[in-house]
Design a protein around this ligand. Structure first.
Ligand SMILES: [Zn+2]
Ligand SMILES: [Zn+2]
Length: 369
């Protein structure tokens, strides 16, 4: 057992408390990882507000990277000192989805990890009073150290900075994967992105690498304009009631080839098809509220042959894509480091969450010097 420092959610809609917790060592097929960096993703905040259900108290965090410092029995592929990215969507390589290469649809581990427990149904964390603390996604990387199943660790090329590896674990794979895997954005096309946070900016990066000519970013917050341009957007629209008209004005009245909703709002989802030209594709990327319904104009699908779809975790085969995106960063094709507006210490976790909510930053990252 060791003492660690972690950000604990004890009460919904409340600040996180940074606490010293006890962490049990790795059991069979588990490893102990020292966290080097983690990102602040909006999905973590859905747990704080109760939009995503999770038993409390819980350590949040699903976008992280670190270094293996101890391996449990039966671990074959990982050694002490290995840099790893933590995958919140591990896959079994045996089920129908995995064999088809759609590891983002593997359901084998979802049950237990989704409840915030390890695969044996327990957690490795206790607080100072000896009470169990849940681990979001079985991962809980808003912490100095984690014990995780070895299957969630993906080796990273050694030169990859940990904060870049962390972002590949969620925002980058979600956004870049949406562009390259699900939409297959074509060279010379026009792309529209609603929401210029970590995921939206990753969509912009992906669209640049796919060779899109026109990339329009839409956000409520004018602070995002500069970030969007720095990642390759060609136009910025500050969202208001005239947004659709502004999109039309920028595209000779036609609309774009691809429109992405990186926010996960039903109102934006309903704007995707009207933003598109004929045969265009609208893609839901942000997490929509469970059970939400949207209305679409049937003639958009029939006469205009538009396509409406979505993507979970960038439709990525993470067995391949994590490494691919890390290599694209190292070769300069994906400037992932530009997503990181600010670095924090774990003691500043509430400040980092607040900055994300206020839309001041692209991605905030906590690092451990
Ligand atoms: Zn995330
Ligand atoms: Zn599977």
């Amino acid at each position: 057992m060791m003492k660690i420092k972690a950000a604990v959610l004890r009460e919904l809609n409340n600040e996180l408390s940074v606490e010293e917790l006890n962490l049990d060592g790795p059991k069979e097929n588990e490893v102990l990882v020292k966290i080097d960096a983690f990102g602040i993703c909006h999905s973590d905040y859905h747990v704080v507000t109760g939009l995503a259900q999770q038993e409390l108290p819980v350590v949040l965090g699903h976008e992280g990277a670190g270094t293996v410092i101890e391996v449990g029995q039966g671990v074959r592929d990982l050694d002490v000192g290995q840099s790893v990215l933590l995958n919140w969507f591990p896959y079994c390589q045996k089920c129908h989805a995995c064999i088809a290469g759609n590891t983002n649809h593997c359901k084998t581990y979802m049950g237990m990890l989704g409840q915030g427990k390890m695969l044996d149904g327990t957690t490795r964390l206790t607080d100072s009073k000896g009470n169990s603390v849940f681990q979001l996604s079985g991962l809980a990387c808003w912490s100095s150290h984690v014990v995780v199943p070895d299957i969630i660790c993906t080796k990273m090329p050694k030169e990859t900075p940990p904060e870049v590896a962390a972002l590949i674990g969620c925002a980058v794979t979600t956004g870049v994967g949406a562009v390259l895997n699900q939409a297959s954005v074509h060279k010379g096309s026009s792309v529209l992105v609603y929401g210029a946070g970590g995921v939206g900016l990753s969509i912009i990066m992906g669209a640049v690498s796919a060779g899109a000519d026109q990339i329009i970013a839409v956000d409520r917050s004018v602070e995002k304009e500069e970030m969007a341009f720095s990642l390759g957007a060609t136009h910025f629209i500050q969202a208001d009631k005239d947004t659709l008209q502004n999109v039309k004005d920028l595209t000779d009245g036609l609309g774009v080839d691809y429109a992405f909703d990186a926010v996960g709002s039903p109102e934006i989802a309903e704007m995707l098809l009207p933003s598109l030209r004929e045969r265009g594709m609208g893609i839901l990327v942000g997490v929509p509220p469970t059970g939400s319904k949207i209305q679409i104009d049937a003639t958009d699908l029939f006469r205009q042959e538009k396509i409406m779809t979505g993507t979970i975790y960038g439709s990525a085969d993470t067995a391949v894509d994590f490494e691919r995106f890390a290599q694209m960063y190292l070769s300069g094709e994906l400037p992932i480091d530009r997503l990181i507006s600010k670095k924090y210490s774990i003691d500043q976790i509430n400040e980092a969450c607040q900055a994300m909510l206020e839309g001041q930053i692209a991605r905030g990252v906590v690092t451990f010097p």
